[in-house]
Write a protein that binds this ligand. Structure first.
Ligand code: ZN
Length: 310
């Protein structure tokens, strides 16, 4: 079952308390941006997400305002607790067989629903930790609505602050100048592993439409002019608070000129060539594809499938 965020119910403090008191209540623990997990044999199995029963965590913190309410799944209510400011001794019981792991490193090994829940927890905990003071008057803020809103404690200000999401675009650029041999543009960002090729991406500037961002980023990074831009799919990206909006864009020019700063190399590839690429992390082939759980991979794979079955 997809997590029910119960966005109306969570505004009711009594309802939240009732969820907190339920026997099925579970808590994700996060320290800075890392989630508590159990990882036995690293080479043989993926890490297990640790759910701490609500009753077991009450001795650590009884203040419901410190918890973020995530929602309800098949097993019951789910909360998250940020323990970044806690002393190691206080956490000893919970950490003994477990460790704090960065979701960014292991998300692709997890079941997709679990990864999505942890990403959601990480995003909300990050926002709460970074908005403890009012951006208008500087007074402390306090959590409401299960950590989905913070209100300024200065009564003459009382500004309500809500979590924000920064939009970013990610796009597969397609060259159909020879309809018999369509090609797509993949590039290697300087931050990528050495052989990984992926789609282009970039943040939306203030007061820019998504289509304008796609057009601008493709030209800035690779010198290609694009025409038609079509939305494909999206993926929340809590590193720290983005959503990746996936597009396909039609190239109007084909001569590549990489910016040499963000993008180190970029090439046009036919679908058959992409089938020869290795998986992320293996040594097969000259190049490798983005991770299977990424929207970049979805954009590439769906394009390859479409071209091969045209
Ligand atoms: Zn204020």
């Amino acid at each position: 079952m997809i997590l029910d965020r119960a966005s109306e119910s969570r505004k009711d403090r009594r309802w939240l308390e009732q969820q907190w008191m339920r026997q099925q209540c579970r808590v994700f623990m996060l320290q800075y941006d890392k989630s508590l997990m159990r990882w036995g044999n690293r080479d043989a199995e993926p890490p297990q997400v640790v759910h701490i029963p609500g009753a077991e965590i009450a001795s650590l913190n009884e203040n419901l305002e410190q918890f973020v309410f995530l929602g309800l799944d098949d097993s019951g209510p789910l909360f998250a607790l940020d323990v970044s400011a806690y002393h190691d001794d206080a956490l000893e019981t919970y950490v003994s067989d477990n460790e704090f792991v960065d979701l960014r490193d292991v998300g692709w090994l997890l079941d997709s629903q679990q990864a999505a829940q942890l990403a959601y927890a990480r995003g909300l905990v990050f926002w709460n930790r970074n908005h403890r003071y009012c951006g208008i008057c500087g007074s402390p803020t306090s959590s409401e609505n299960g950590g989905h809103m913070r209100r300024c404690s200065n009564r003459s200000c009382a500004r309500m602050h809500f979590p924000r999401t920064d939009p970013a675009v990610i796009m597969l650029v397609e060259d159909c100048s020879d309809p018999a041999k369509p090609r797509c543009l993949l590039a290697r960002n300087s931050r990528f592993p050495s052989r990984m090729m992926s789609t282009l991406a970039g943040f939306v500037d203030p007061l820019e439409s998504l289509e304008e961002t796609v057009t601008r980023e493709v030209f800035e990074e690779c010198g290609i002019r694009v025409g038609e831009v079509e939305y494909q799919a999206s993926q929340p990206w809590p590193f720290p608070s983005s959503i990746m909006l996936g597009f396909r864009a039609k190239a109007m020019t084909t001569e590549i000129a990489v910016d040499g700063v963000e993008i180190e190399e970029a090439y046009w590839f036919e679908a058959e060539q992409l089938q020869e690429f290795g998986e992320w992390g293996d040594d097969k082939g000259q190049f490798c594809l983005p991770r299977r759980d990424s929207i970049a991979r979805y954009l590439v794979s769906s394009w390859v499938d479409e071209v091969l079955h045209r």
